[in-house]
Write a protein that binds this ligand. Structure first.
Ligand SMILES: [Zn+2]
Length: 244
């Protein structure tokens, strides 16, 4: 009886040892793949438990802007929104998504003149009912002239904290994506006006610019866009808004 127990204990020891090696190796591979995320971990304890709303603009019957190559704004908005959710969730930020699939809210039972207005009112309602501290609306820009490019944030002029948020995200757009002369700007957007918490309209680039549309078509570039927004949100929550 005694000898049998020793064998069992030894086998368990080997299993635990092997399991620990597997965990350490797994962590190492994960850290090598996503180094950008780890640079902000010292701040994680300050923002863990916060709640944000991530609104992927457009969806379903509303494609939003379209590039000359056929790239749809609704698809890249959602992809960036889901990447952002992944990164913020890892440091304990609870993310409320207005949508996680290809859908619109045109048929929501909200008294409003147009289906597009119902869609926007619904998104603001989700945000206001969530109790979140921050609202992030992810969009891509478009303009008749193809030369315009660059990611840019917008905020409601009457909300000082929104300005802070927009500046933080814009700073990290430049840092993560390269030179960009665009400045955070005030904007009259329904979802920003209707939401009660600080918020930003985040235009991640111009689909009307062929070069930027090609970048936005690249999953690795979209990941960098999400990382930039992630760093901006951390800077906002930790009150470390860079001067630029
Ligand atoms: Zn849009």
């Amino acid at each position: 009886m005694f000898r049998k127990r020793i064998v069992v204990v030894t086998l368990r020891g080997q299993f635990v040892y092997g399991f620990m090696i597997a965990v350490v190796l797994g962590m190492g591979i994960w850290m090598l793949q996503e180094p950008a995320i780890w640079t902000s971990l010292p701040f994680a304890s300050l923002i863990s438990g916060k709640k944000v709303v991530i609104d992927a603009g457009h969806g379903g019957s509303d494609p939003g802007a379209k590039s000359a190559s056929g790239l749809l704004e609704k698809s890249i908005n959602l992809d960036v929104a889901l990447r952002l959710k992944k990164y913020l969730s890892r440091i304990g930020v609870y993310c409320v998504m207005t949508r996680e699939g290809d859908r619109d809210f045109f048929n929501e039972n909200i008294p409003s003149a147009s289906s597009k207005a119902r869609d926007l009112v619904y998104r603001a309602q989700v945000a206001n009912q969530s109790g979140a501290e921050v609202f992030l609306s992810v969009h891509a820009n478009s303009f008749p002239q193809a030369i315009y490019h660059g990611a840019q944030t917008f905020y409601n002029v009457h909300k000082p904290l929104s300005k802070k948020l927009a500046y933080a995200i814009q700073y990290y757009f430049v840092k993560e994506l390269g030179p960009n002369k665009r400045r955070p700007k005030t904007g009259d957007f329904r979802v920003l006006n209707d939401t009660r918490m600080p918020g930003a309209m985040i235009e991640i680039g111009f689909l009307s610019n062929p070069g930027e549309a090609e970048l936005l078509n690249n999953p690795q570039y979209r990941d960098r866009v999400a990382v930039a927004i992630y760093h901006g949100v951390i800077a906002y929550f930790t009150n470390q808004i860079p001067n630029f």
